[in-house]
Design a protein around this ligand. Structure first.
Ligand code: NAP
Length: 285
């Protein structure tokens, strides 16, 4: 058996077309969608992500402003800028590249991203809505895990989803998105006894641990759907996921690759969130 490989790039292109149409329709009404990204310091991954978002915004006609602070910037300066952006009617979405330097409190700065402009769901208010709302500005990577399945025709209702990872960025928010899809959810982490026992029960196995090769073929139920959210740098360049892809291919029914799977959807889902944020700001959603 060889699993069907779910093509994240193709799905991302579909979503991008939708974003382009939405951007055009806003522009026809005299509104130019725009997002701002605040980057403090020179963390290489954050610089790459910020530039990638800029290119992606150019591609779909979304305005983009990058505000850079040196690593020595004070929390007060960053908070003041976030307040200014939150109040600026020409800015519809705000992101703060994380991590921020250690002398700046992540909790403090995320609270300053206006909830209706919070396109990656970092403000604790929006995080709280994950518990209670079906719709809202939810974080892009957990959304990508659900969206790649939905758009591939894989329904989660009643399925047993085993999630490996309870991190703040991916695992934890994903629990609530999976419950909203009416899945039965088991959550595994470093203290889980016999990880393979649990993963073998999964109709859908979602892995967000950040540990290359954590999941081998014998940990997967034959025919299961495997979603690999892991991004691990490979020595000499490139990235790999948390699942042993070649082994999993022989056991799973469906699998998302790395690269070209979950990660391919993240940026465009931030843009989709920007469109939703704009509608929410205008009382249209
Ligand atoms: P994180 O905060 O580091 O959390 C990792 C989670 O995995 C923790 O809950 C940890 O358990 C669990 N874990 C680690 N090793 C394990 C093991 N051997 N057995 C069982 N559980 C284990 O991670 P994150 O920030 O949520 O990110 C998760 C992954 O997603 C990373 O690879 C990251 O690079 C990737 N990511 C991808 C995207 C994208 O666009 N595709 C975006 C963001 C992040 P404990 O809680 O017990 O420590």
């Amino acid at each position: 058996m060889s699993a069907v490989v779910l093509d994240g790039k193709k799905i991302a292109a579909e979503i991008r077309d939708e974003v382009v149409r939405e951007v055009q329709s806003f522009k026809e009404r005299g509104i130019s969608p725009k997002m701002a990204v605040v980057l403090v310091g020179d963390d290489p991954a954050s610089v790459v992500y910020a530039r990638a978002k800029e290119k992606a915004c150019q591609k779909v006609g979304i305005g983009y402003e990058l505000i850079r602070f040196p690593a020595s910037a004070s929390e007060k300066e960053v908070v003041a800028k976030l307040r200014e952006l939150s109040a600026d009617p020409s800015i519809h979405g705000i992101m703060v590249e994380l991590p921020v330097p250690p002398h700046i409190s992540k909790e403090r700065v995320t609270l300053e991203v206006a909830p209706l402009k919070d396109v990656d769901c970092v403000n604790p208010q929006n995080r709280g809505f994950l518990f209670s709302r079906k719709e809202g500005l939810f974080p892009a990577t957990p959304l990508s895990c659900v969206e790649i399945l939905r758009r591939s025709g894989i329904n989660l209702e009643g399925k047993h989803v085993v999630l490996v990872g309870r991190g703040d960025t991916v695992g934890k928010p994903l629990i609530f998105l999976l419950l909203q899809e009416n899945a039965t959810v088991t959550i595994c982490h470093t203290r889980t006894r016999d990880l393979g026992y649990h993963t073998r029960q999964a109709d859908v196995l979602v892995v967000a641990a950040g540990k290359p090769g954590l999941i081998s073929g014998d940990m997967i139920k034959p025919g299961a759907c495997v979603v690999d959210a892991g991004i691990n740098e490979v020595e000499g360049g490139g990235i790999t996921g948390d699942v042993k892809f070649e082994e999993a291919l022989n056991v799973a029914g469906y699998i998302t690759p790395v690269p070209g799977g979950v990660g391919a959807l993240t940026t465009v889902l931030i843009q989709k969130n920007l469109m939703k944020a704009l509608r929410m700001q205008r009382g249209e959603a």
